[in-house]
Design a protein around this ligand. Structure first.
Ligand SMILES: Cc1cc2nc3c(=O)[nH]c(=O)nc-3n(C[C@H](O)[C@H](O)[C@H](O)COP(=O)(O)OP(=O)(O)OC[C@H]3O[C@@H](n4cnc5c(N)ncnc54)[C@H](O)[C@@H]3O)c2cc1C
Ligand SMILES: NC(=O)c1ccc[n+]([C@@H]2O[C@H](COP(=O)([O-])OP(=O)(O)OC[C@H]3O[C@@H](n4cnc5c(N)ncnc54)[C@H](O)[C@@H]3O)[C@@H](O)[C@H]2O)c1
Length: 472
């Protein structure tokens, strides 16, 4: 029987990133994908969601036009059909780009549902394939409780939302994680009558209570948000009225968007045949710096391992698994600084160590409110706050959480600082142009510096060559 060097199961972002590394080193591989090719990110995830958000934010800007002296904004109309048509047109372009990656694979690309039979055997389309190494990169899918399925087409997930012909009149968005939050604000800004329900009191993955309070307050100004209790749905078969209930509230809606989380596609992949312990979700323990399952020639990458279900982490996972299935020796990789951004307005971001993970550490916190920040005021975007955390003993930057205008950019700057083990004073030494939103970040850093043992009276480094010969 022919034995492949590597079998990759799943052609999402993790699988394709693995493929990139594997095909550099061997032609003796096969890539198996079930369902549509083109990746979750491009088809039904990152990209279509951001396309909806861009349309929504463009339309929402009209509320500021009067303040800028631009009149007539109340005459503007939104064509929901066209919004969704543009979304699908661009989405299809993104999907086409990802399809190009596998176009030339020929028989090495197999459509079908794979199942592992043993650490070196995979079954697909009734055929047994054998391999030295296997990468499982089967992604995740939306959680949908079985008893919600009777809602039929009125139950939406992000797998179906972007296929609508036109926008619904009213919708309950259930679950206020990143998916729920991004979609509820976008739909609201596109004129859909929305109501949000969240089981937790926190939204969008924020763990800092002050940042969460800021985010919840700002979002609640835009739409009703019921947090802290589990929502349930029911449809009356006599009159087809769809009701959503939480603790103290009951509403009738056209549709429900289930944003209850995502579950890994591992249920029938055959992990039980690997003879390793599985947790209550059916997941084996995976080494995060090699992606290996126990000491088996099997690697679990991307959303399927549920470590950090984000695109860049899935791509890194695939890269690591791809290298480790084609290298003589196992390579151990340092993972990147954690970074999560929710594209709400203002942006929500958690970078480095979260407030929750530092709660019992000896830290100091610097903060800024953007309500009075000069550049934000001039753009009418002066909403939100940012908190940055540093080690109390040496001022080393550890993490930050924010709900802030252009937060996506602050988060990247702070990720760089944390990756480089910079201190508050190191970061204060970079030039801050005027007038920019980054001056808000500088306020938070100065606030933090003021709480640390004094290091210097100035942001500027002292020039120790003052008495040098050259100057003389
Ligand atoms: C609405 C939404 C918005 C998002 N926005 C962002 C964002 O802005 N930024 C960000 O970083 N992340 C975002 N994400 C998360 C990001 O999309 C995922 O982390 C990423 O796409 C996961 O890639 P993956 O390769 O693990 O899985 P996938 O891309 O899902 O690939 C898995 C593939 O495996 C196939 N498969 C499953 N089972 C089998 C089997 N048994 N045999 C063969 N094939 C199988 C699947 O059909 C699929 O094609 C978003 C997700 C969603 C849903
Ligand atoms: N911008 C981004 O990077 C981005 C955007 C979207 C998704 N994602 C990724 O996708 C993953 C999944 O996101 P998600 O938002 O679907 O999941 P999530 O698990 O982060 O959030 C789901 C929320 O739904 C709540 N919930 C569950 N059942 C409920 C009920 N009956 N009533 C009320 N609330 C209920 C849960 O308590 C949870 O807070 C995220 O972890 C993230 O990594 C990232």
């Amino acid at each position: 029987m022919h034995k492949f060097d590597v079998i990759i199961i799943g052609a999402g972002s993790a699988g394709l990133s693995a493929l990139r590394e594997v095909r550099k080193r061997t032609d003796n591989f096969v890539l198996i994908n079930d369902g549509p090719w083109g990746t979750t990110c491009a088809r039904v995830g990152c990209m279509p969601s951001k396309l909806l958000i861009e349309a929504a934010n463009a339309f929402h800007r009209r509320f500021n036009f009067g303040e800028f002296g631009i009149m007539g904004a109340d005459q503007l109309e939104l064509d929901g059909k066209k919004v969704l048509q543009r979304l699908r047109r661009l989405r299809d372009d993104f999907v086409t780009s990802t399809l190009k990656i596998t176009n030339d694979l020929g028989e090495r690309a197999i459509s079908g549902r794979a199942r592992i039979l043993s650490p070196d055997q995979v079954m697909v389309n009734g055929e047994k394939l054998s391999a030295h190494k296997i990468i499982i990169a089967t992604g995740s899918r939306p959680v949908v409780p079985k008893n919600w399925l009777n809602l039929g087409k009125r139950l939406l997930t992000t797998d179906t939302l972007f296929e609508l012909d036109t926008l619904p009149k009213s919708i309950a968005v259930i679950g206020m994680g990143p998916v729920g939050l991004e979609m509820i604000q976008a739909l609201s800004r596109l004129g859909v009558h929305v109501t949000g329900f969240g089981f937790r009191s926190s939204v969008g993955g924020i763990s800092d209570p002050f940042i969460n309070q800021t985010a919840v307050k700002l979002l609640s100004e835009e739409f009703p948000l019921y947090l802290g209790s589990k929502a349930s749905v029911a449809i009356n078969p006599d009159n087809n009225v769809l009701t959503v209930r939480a603790e103290n509230i009951e509403i009738e809606v056209d549709s429900v968007l289930a944003a209850l989380g995502r579950q890994p596609n591992i249920d029938d992949i055959g992990l039980d045949t690997l003879d390793v312990p599985l947790d209550e979700k059916g997941l084996p323990s995976v080494n995060p710096i090699t992606l290996q399952i126990a000491d088996l020639p099997v690697f679990l990458a991307g959303d399927a391992n549920q470590r950090l279900p984000l695109l860049h982490e899935a791509a890194d996972d695939g890269h690591i698994a791809g290298l480790n299935t084609t290298s003589e020796e196992l390579i151990y990789f340092k993972r990147r600084v954690p970074l999560a951004i929710v594209f709400a307005d203002p942006n929500i971001a958690v970078v480095g160590q979260s407030f929750h993970s530092l709660e019992h550490e000896n830290i100091q916190i610097g903060e800024v409110s953007f309500s009075n920040q000069g550049r934000a005021r001039s753009a009418q975007s002066n909403r939100g706050a940012l908190r940055v955390y540093a080690a109390a003993n040496d001022g080393r930057l550890l993490g930050a959480e924010m709900c802030a205008p252009a937060g996506e950019h602050f988060a990247h700057l702070l990720a760089l600082a944390i990756d480089q083990s910079l201190s508050v004073w190191d970061l204060l030494r970079i030039p801050f142009y005027h007038p920019v939103l980054e001056e808000g970040l500088r306020t938070a850093l100065r606030n933090l510096a003021s709480k640390l043992p004094a290091c210097s009276k100035s942001d500027l480094a002292a020039c120790d060559s003052f008495n040098s010969e050259a100057l003389d």
